[in-house]
Design a protein around this ligand. Structure first.
Ligand code: ADP
Ligand code: MG
Length: 327
């Protein structure tokens, strides 16, 4: 072979340094890691895989691919209110991966580990004749029995969302060669948002004990609100005008209002969508203000089923509410 050093050398060179802050990882020189959940806390665990050709392209910068693989998992932890602790990394490396790819991949992980306060505890490394696959399993901690679920929204709760919606979907449109009229800075901002999710780990823990239901928006705002509504046995109504937009997304909609549907249903937002009695809003937004992430009320939960999106004119919009499906 010779394309890559043997797996033990790869692990020692590139992955063991990422485990140096995790005592139970034993320097990645043992069969398994240990992890202690402090008394009164519980561990939240989640996994998400990225597949070459489906979630990223072979020529994408490996550091960005690594960070996206980690961040989509961090976004799930944030939505459950958990603080990141450790992660596991299972790699199936395809024919185009060489040592330089691994080196940049590991550097991307290192950058995000320090940004989000998480360490590597173990993993698996294999080669495959097929597409490269990166499976991350991430763990986080929260006080016992406080996890935010999708199913506990109450009629009368307000629907809130963090950050801004639609940038990821519009960024993908830019990458497909659309929106050529938009300024370069705006185009870059949208593409950056598509390429690199910004998991709201600084917000999630403040929602504990206040939000009634939460999830992270990956399938699209409308489809994901549908998940909360269905799980909670309720209906949700949101006002399109209230959905928070970045300056770049606002510029797009000012000129191409028809793109509102893709903003509302496009996905890849990685914001937290949550329901909460409105009386908690001041406390939560004050706590979260330090993180610089805004929280916006966009609608309300009520008895019934389904999601209604009210347009500017106050009439219900008709949208494809399905969200992205692999099968
Ligand atoms: P086993 O033979 O028990 O499957 P491996 O030889 O696969 O163990 O792995 C040896 C050690 O290296 C283990 O601690 C494992 O967790 C770690 N490891 C292997 N691949 C990775 C990876 N991609 N990232 C992090 N740790 C890894
Ligand atoms: Mg073993």
């Amino acid at each position: 072979m010779g394309r890559l050093p043997d797996e033990f050398a790869l692990i020692a060179r590139y992955f063991a340094p990422l485990a140096s802050g995790v005592p139970g990882a034993a320097g990645l020189r043992d069969d398994a890691a240990t992890f202690v959940t402090p008394p009164g806390f519980e561990t939240v665990v989640t996994t998400d895989a990225l597949v070459e050709g489906v979630h990223f392209l072979a020529e994408d910068p490996p550091g960005l691919v690594a960070r996206k693989a980690l961040r989509v998992n961090l976004s799930d932890l944030a939505a459950k209110g958990a603080k990141p602790t450790i992660y596991l990394l299972a790699l199936s490396l395809g024919p185009r991966v060489d040592e330089a790819w691994i080196a940049s991949f590991a550097a991307g992980l290192e950058a995000d580990q320090s940004e989000f306060g998480i360490g590597l505890a173990g993993g698996d490394t294999t080669s495959t004749p097929g597409p490269t696959t990166i499976a991350v399993t991430a763990m986080g901690a929260l006080p016992r029995a406080s996890v935010l679920r999708r199913e506990n929204a109450k009629a009368g709760d307000t629907v809130f969302v963090t950050g801004t919606i639609g940038d990821g979907a519009l960024g993908l449109s830019v990458l497909k060669g659309e929106l050529g009229w938009l300024g370069a800075a705006e185009r870059d901002a949208l593409v950056a948002r598509y390429r690199l999710p910004q998991p709201r780990t600084a917000v999630g823990p403040y929602l504990l004990g206040r939000a009634s239901a939460a999830l992270d928006v990956s399938d699209g705002l409308v489809a994901d609100l549908g998940h909360i509504a269905r799980a909670s046995g309720l209906a949700a109504t949101i006002e399109a005008e209230r959905v928070p937009l970045s300056p770049a997304a606002s510029a797009v909609l000012a000129r191409e209002p028809g793109r509102l549907a893709s903003v509302l249903t496009g996905g890849d937002d990685y914001e937290i969508l949550f329901t909460m009695p409105s009386r908690y809003f001041d406390a939560v937004s004050t706590s979260v203000a330090k993180s610089g992430v805004p929280i916006t009320a966009i609608g309300r939960m009520a008895e019934g089923t389904g999601v209604i999106v009210l347009g500017k004119d106050g009439a219900a919009m008709s949208l494809d509410q399905g969200g992205y499906r692999h099968f």
